[in-house]
Design a protein around this ligand. Structure first.
Ligand code: RIB
Ligand code: CA
Length: 318
């Protein structure tokens, strides 16, 4: 957790809300001593861009933070048609709670230009990128302005899988599957990467008691998070037969707040972009059976009770 002497960590959240993205944004906003959100950049993913940028603003206003700058980014992946996930997140992408349409403005600047400008205007090693959706915006920024890559403090992303393999196909996790070319660019760029794969998020299940703890906060935020979970858990509980749905994206923010909640390995991770059968697979050399250069801290385990305690405590701040 934040050291009182340490300045808040500056981050850009790149996101495709998505109920779990929304909870990640709320966790960051509930941790102002530890995290300074320089901006939120929306990308097409769970639902089209017109909805992800709107949902991001609705979540900021739910948290009482209409001052947060939200930018719209890429409408579609680099090389494929957009694949969305309304079957999980509902047609709005934020089904569950009834939230008012946003009144805060969407920034005029394109998200990719904001990412480039922000990294150029901050000292090297002081801005962390937190992608929670397809990596289209990040890869586009790296393609347009390769000079910014060495400026990145760390990329902490939700995506991929090794032991859990796939959730949108038998081989691939959704964020990587939607834009595997973008993921390949990001994983080969050379910036420090920490990965929260399904191997971790499938151990972060929102059981009834954990969701009741959100609801029992009795605040608009706590009740809305519980209602989001009530909606999106129906699909995953049916699919996996588990006691709750995996809460994917907040693990990225929790890592920034308390990395000790996670364990993993620094290994080589490469992205399948050629095969139609296994497109988007993260080929993670977990057992180090190749001599491929390690390029990512790939997480494998989580202290789930510690994660939900942190999350609930921080949501209580909103
Ligand atoms: O596979 C899970 C990921 O895909 C999460 O980020 C979820 O929000 C969707 O974007
Ligand atoms: Ca997401």
């Amino acid at each position: 957790m934040g050291d009182f002497n340490m300045p808040a960590r500056k981050i850009i959240i790149d996101t495709d809300p998505g109920q779990d993205d929304a909870v990640a944004i709320l966790l960051a906003l509930g941790s102002p001593k530890d995290i300074e959100i320089l901006g939120i950049t929306a990308v097409a993913g769970n639902v089209p861009l017109a909805l992800t940028q709107k949902n991001a603003r609705m979540v900021c206003e739910l948290a009482g933070r209409p001052d947060i700058k939200v930018y719209a980014g890429s409408k579609h992946p680099l090389a494929h048609r957009l694949v969305t996930a309304e079957h999980v997140h509902g047609k709005t992408g934020l089904d569950g709670p009834t939230l008012p349409d946003p009144t805060m403005p969407l920034q005029d600047q394109h998200a990719v230009d904001f990412i480039i400008e922000t990294l150029r205007n901050h000292p090297a090693g002081t801005v962390t990128l937190c992608p929670l959706g397809p990596l289209t915006n990040i890869a586009s920024a790296f393609n347009q302005a390769p000079d910014i890559i060495e400026k990145v403090q760390e990329i902490v992303l939700m995506g991929g899988a090794y032991f859990e393999v796939g959730n949108i196909t038998p081989a691939a996790e959704f964020n990587i599957y939607v834009d595997p070319e973008a993921a390949e660019i990001v994983f080969k760029a050379g910036a420090p990467i920490t990965v929260m794969p399904l191997d971790v998020t499938h151990k972060a299940l929102v059981t009834k008691s954990r969701n009741d703890a959100f609801r029992d906060l009795g605040t608009p935020v706590g009740i809305a998070v519980a209602e989001m979970t009530d909606f999106f858990e129906r699909f995953d509980k049916e699919k996996y037969g588990t006691a709750g749905a995996p809460l994917h994206d907040p693990t990225v923010i929790a890592y920034l707040l308390n990395p000790k909640l996670f364990t993993g390995r620094f290994i080589n991770v490469e992205i399948e972009t050629k095969s139609t059968l296994t497109r988007g697979m993260t080929v993670a050399d977990w057992w180090r059976v190749t001599d491929r250069e390690p390029n990512a801290m790939f997480m494998g385990d989580i202290d789930a009770d510690g994660f939900f305690e942190l999350l609930t405590n921080r949501l209580a701040n909103l």
